[in-house]
Design a protein around this ligand. Structure first.
Ligand SMILES: Nc1ncnc2c1ncn2[C@@H]1O[C@H](COP(=O)(O)OP(=O)(O)OP(=O)(O)O)[C@@H](O)[C@H]1O
Ligand SMILES: [Mg+2]
Length: 229
C-alpha cells in the first residue's frame, strides 16, 4: 500500500535580508513510498536533501507541488496544503522526524527521553522504561549513563539516544536526516538492523545517509538529486 506520493515538488526560499533574495532549495521532485519501504535521498551537499525532508514534515512550506500522505484511517491528505492543526495531529501519531542532533529539555534522563515516546501512546511507565533501557543497551549506551541527562553525552551518544527516541514507538512514516552521521561502523550497522525491523512492521521511511554501505543495505529505492543550478 502506498504511504506517500510526492509530485512536482519545488521549494524556493525567500531570504529577507537586504531586499529579498531568492534561493532555490530543490525542484521537480517526485517519488512514492510504500508501506515497509525505505527510500533514500542521495546527492551532493546543498542539493536539497534536508530541505526535502523538512518540507515533508512541513517545517518548510512548499512553493509548488503535492505531498500526498495516505493516513492510517485510509484517507489522503496533502501535507503541502494541510492546516496547521492537521499537521500537528499527523506529527503526533503518524509522521516522525529524526534529526541529526538531539533536541531535548535539560534535566530529563536518557531513559525518560526515550520512554516518554511510549508513555504518550498509553504504555505503562514501567514497561516503557524497561523497553527504553533495552533499546539504549542495544545501541551501546552504557548503563551508568541511563539516568543522566543526555546533554552531557558525547556527540555519538546523543545521536544514539536520538535514534532510540525516534524508533522506539514508530509512526507510519519516518523521516531520517543522517541518523548515523556521528556513529562508528558497529553502531551504524546496529541502527541499520533496527530500521530493517521497522520495515517488516510496515513503517515507510525516507532517509539520508552519508555512509553509502548503510544506504545500500537499507534502501529499497534511491532517489538521486543533482546540484541545483
Ligand atoms: N531556511 C533556509 N533559508 C534559505 N536557504 C535555505 C534554507 N534551508 C536550506 N537552504 C538552501 O537550500 C539549499 C539546499 O540545502 P539542504 O540543507 O537541503 O542541502 P543538503 O542536500 O541537505 O546538503 P548537505 O548534504 O550538506 O546536508 C542550500 O543551498 C541551502 O543554502
Ligand atoms: Mg542535509
Amino acid at each position: 500500500m502506498t504511504r506517500l506520493e510526492v509530485k512536482d515538488l519545488d521549494k524556493t526560499f525567500k531570504v529577507h535580508t537586504q531586499g529579498s533574495i531568492e534561493v532555490k532549495g530543490f525542484e521537480n521532485i517526485g517519488f512514492d513510498v510504500k508501506q515497509g519501504e525505505f527510500l533514500s535521498l542521495f546527492g551532493p551537499s546543498g542539493a536539497g536533501k534536508s530541505s526535502i525532508l523538512k518540507t515533508l514534515f512541513r517545517t518548510y512550506t512548499t512553493t509548488k507541488g503535492n505531498i500526498v500522505f495516505h493516513r492510517d484511517n485510509g484517507n489522503k491528505i496533502d501535507i503541502a496544503t494541510a492546516t496547521e492543526s492537521e499537521i500537528l495531529e499527523l506529527r503526533k501519531s503518524e509522521i516522525g522526524y529524526v534529526s541529526q542532533f538531539l533536541q531535548i529539555l535539560p534535566r530529563i534522563s536518557a531513559v525518560d527521553v526515550v520512554a516518554q515516546q511510549l508513555i504518550v501512546k498509553g504504555e505503562s511507565e514501567e514497561v516503557s522504561r524497561n523497553k527504553a533501557k533495552e533499546m539504549l543497551d542495544y545501541l551501546s549506551i552504557r548503563e551508568e549513563l541511563f539516568d543522566l541527562s543526555p546533554l552531557t553525552f558525547s556527540g555519538g551518544e546523543q545521536q544514539r539516544v536520538n535514534i532510540a527516541k525516534g524508533i522506539i514507538a514508530p509512526k507510519s512514516l519516518l523521516l531520517l536526516d543522517e541518523p548515523t552521521a556521528s556513529l562508528d561502523k558497529t553502531n551504524t550497522m546496529k541502527v541499520v538492523e533496527k530500521l530493517k525491523e521497522l520495515k517488516t512492521q510496515g513503517v515507510a521511511m525516507v532517509g539520508i545517509f552519508h555512509d553509502l554501505e548503510a544506504m545500500e543495505m537499507i534502501s529499497d529505492k534511491i532517489y538521486k538529486l543533482e546540484r541545483v543550478q
